[in-house]
Design a protein around this ligand. Structure first.
Ligand code: DX5
Ligand code: ZN
Length: 218
C-alpha cells in the first residue's frame, strides 16, 4: 500500500506567525507544507507572493508545495522557483498552454504539479503525464479554506489512478479533506492529502500538540 502524505495548508495558519506555524506543523508530523497562492483574478481571493514564499522557506525543512491559483502563470514561475518551492502546481484552466507551463516548471528543476478544478475533466491528463509529478485534484472550488468536499471527486480520483497506474506520480487532494473522508479518498487512489481547517482547528503555535493530534487523527 502507498504511504500517504499529509500537506497542511498554511491558508488556515496564523498569518502573523508563518515561520513558527511552518515549524510547528512539521514538528507535529506534517509531510509537505502547502502554500496557496491566489491572485484575485483566477480565484476570488488574494494571498501570498514569491517574497512571502522566500521568507518562510528557511522555516521549512521538508517539501514546500506551492499551489499557484493565478493566471497568467508562466511569467511568475521563475520567481517561485527562486523562492525555493519544491513542487510548483499550475492549473489546467490557467491558460491555453498548460503543456508549456509544465515544461517550464521542469526546466526550472522543480517538481511539476497539474491542478484541476472540480468542473474540469481529465481528458488532457494522458498527454501531460510525461511532464507531471503531482496531479492536484481540487475537491472544492478554489479560493477559500473551510469548504465542503464535492462528492464527484471520488470518481475523478479513481479514473486518474487508472490512468496513472504505478507511475511515480502523486495524486493530491485539495479541499474539504476531513477525518471522515480521508480513508475513502486514499482508497480511491490519493496519496497526498492537503488539509487546512482540519489540521489547524483548535491549535496555535502555543498549542502545537493540537496540530499533532489533528494530523494523527487524519
Ligand atoms: C483552496 C485551497 C486549499 C485550501 C484547503 O482554494 O487550494 O488548499 O486551503 O483548505 P481546507 O482543507 O480547509 O478545505
Ligand atoms: Zn491548495
Amino acid at each position: 500500500s502507498r504511504k500517504v502524505k499529509i500537506a497542511p495548508s498554511i491558508l488556515s495558519a496564523d498569518f502573523a506567525n508563518f515561520g513558527a506555524e511552518c515549524r510547528a506543523i512539521e514538528d507535529q508530523g506534517a509531510d509537505w507544507v502547502h502554500v496557496d497562492v491566489m491572485d484575485g483574478h483566477f480565484v476570488p481571493n488574494l494571498t501570498f507572493g514569491p517574497a512571502m514564499c522566500a521568507a518562510i522557506r528557511p522555516h521549512i525543512r521538508g517539501v514546500m508545495d506551492v499551489h499557484l491559483m493565478i493566471s497568467p502563470v508562466d511569467q511568475y514561475l521563475e520567481a517561485y522557483a527562486k523562492a525555493g518551492a519544491d513542487v510548483i502546481s499550475a492549473h489546467l484552466e490557467a491558460g491555453p498552454h498548460v503543456h508549456r507551463t509544465l515544461q517550464a516548471i521542469k526546466g526550472l528543476g522543480k517538481k511539476a504539479g497539474l491542478a484541476i478544478n472540480p468542473g474540469t475533466g481529465i481528458e488532457a491528463v494522458p498527454y501531460l503525464l510525461d511532464l507531471v509529478d503531482v496531479v492536484c485534484v481540487m475537491t472544492v472550488n478554489p479560493g477559500f479554506g473551510g469548504q465542503k468536499l464535492i462528492e464527484s471527486a471520488y470518481d475523478k480520483v479513481r479514473a486518474l489512478r487508472a490512468m496513472i497506474g504505478d507511475r511515480p506520480i502523486h495524486i493530491e487532494i485539495d479541499g474539504g479533506v476531513t477525518n471522515d473522508n480521508a480513508g475513502a479518498l486514499v482508497k480511491a487512489g490519493a496519496d497526498v492529502l492537503v488539509a487546512g481547517s482540519t489540521v489547524f482547528k483548535g491549535g496555535s503555535v502555543m498549542k502545537p500538540e493540537v496540530y499533532g493530534a489533528n494530523i494523527a487523527a487524519l
